[in-house]
Design a protein around this ligand. Structure first.
Ligand SMILES: C[C@H](CCC(=O)NCCS(=O)(=O)O)[C@H]1CC[C@H]2[C@@H]3CC[C@@H]4C[C@H](O)CC[C@]4(C)[C@H]3C[C@H](O)[C@]12C
Length: 325
């Protein structure tokens, strides 16, 4: 499972947890402006906005899991197995394969509004990148530096775009159901509760944090949606870049999955492989991985963004413990 968020402070930070049991060899990848995108059913594009994100690179092609562009637009793909459905290429429509959707949107658009207009006549086609990499069934969260986000879902009903007032997304079920479910937790609060249970009885408020007693803590997508929404809605504004990155990552850590808790097969467990935080104004990607809790950063503007070649950095590294003696 996965969780993505847009954290709005004085600047805007977009990122996600990628939870899974199989590593695809993701890297931190910058696609500069003149790398040629050979889209499947759209004209190939020699120049476009530059982007940075986490990506699998296969045959020199960036298959982005999540990324942002130099204009401050961000897109993340999360599993949507079940409700998700793609369709055959349809004449007269803008046919975008699922594996190139992130690259296509980030190549061409600056804001969530642009994306909504750009997808008005779109069809997410059911074409796989290759035999080894069959089309992953995904839905996408799109965010921009105005602090707005939307969710794109292709299901049996066709392509749906939803406003995302909470700036959080997880996996199944369909997005509107997650929003409705939030009402069940409307009274979860950082404040100690008032005793409405038996008002004439004096209750012993034995602990701090009783306002969060009914906050779900499960690994499932519905629980993570509620918990991340609560954590994000109450996250303080940082006074510096470091504080903002720290706050963003703590929201993601509130729904992190440790190894051993979410069994998906015999001796196989889904876990949070990485968490990232991308500053939409600055074009910097910050990340931690399961085995490396030290925050690392890659700044796209420190590279030659007019080049034609992909720029890759390792994502997965070993734990870096600072021994004090
Ligand atoms: C596994 C991940 C979702 C994790 C998740 O949500 N797990 C919950 C499972 S569950 O909801 O609990 O059942 C997803 C998220 C993004 C995906 C890549 C997107 C680019 C590319 C698209 C191509 O088409 C196929 C290969 C490709 C590299 C994809 C591989 C894989 O599919 C990735 C990593």
């Amino acid at each position: 499972m996965c969780t993505s968020i847009l954290y709005n402070s004085n600047e805007h930070y977009f990122g996600r947890n990628l939870d899974y049991e199989i590593a695809y060899g993701q890297k931190i990848v910058i696609t500069p402006r003149n790398y040629e995108f050979d889209f499947h059913d759209l004209p190939s594009q020699k120049s476009h906005y530059a982007m940075i994100g986490v990506s699998v690179v296969d045959d020199n092609y960036p298959l982005y899991c999540d990324a942002i562009n130099e204009k401050g637009l961000g897109v993340a793909g999360l599993n949507f197995e079940g409700p998700g459905q793609y369709f055959p290429v349809e004449k007269g429509k803008k046919n975008i394969t699922s594996y190139e959707l992130i690259a296509y949107l980030l190549s061409n658009y600056e804001t969530v509004e642009d994306v909504k207009q750009g997808l008005a006549d779109a069809n997410i086609s059911d074409i796989s990148f290759s035999e080894n990499l069959p089309a992953a069934v995904l839905h996408w969260m799109v965010a921009d530096k105005t602090g707005k986000s939307i969710v794109i879902e292709s299901s049996h009903k066709g392509l749906n775009i939803y406003e995302n007032p909470v700036n959080v997304m997880t996996n199944n079920p369909v997005f509107p159901v997650h929003l409705i479910n939030l009402s069940n937790y409307a009274d979860v609060s950082p404040i100690q509760p008032t005793n409405f249970l038996a008002p004439k009885v004096e209750l012993n408020m034995y602990s701090r944090g009783l306002g969060t007693h009914h906050l779900p803590g499960g690994m499932d997508s519905a629980s993570r949606f509620v918990k991340a929404t609560f954590a994000l809605a109450h996250a303080p504004q940082g006074k510096s870049e470091i504080e903002n990155v720290t706050n963003h990552l703590h929201v993601l850590k509130s729904v992190e999955q440790a190894k051993g808790l979410d069994e998906v097969g015999p001796d196989s467990y889904e876990y949070t492989m990485y968490s990232d935080c991308m500053n939409l104004e600055k074009g910097i990607l910050y990340c931690t991985t399961y085995n490396d809790s030290r925050i690392r950063a890659v700044d796209m503007h420190k590279e030659d963004l007019d080049s034609e070649k992909l720029i890759c950095y390792n994502l997965f590294k070993d734990q870096d413990i600072e021994y004090e003696n």
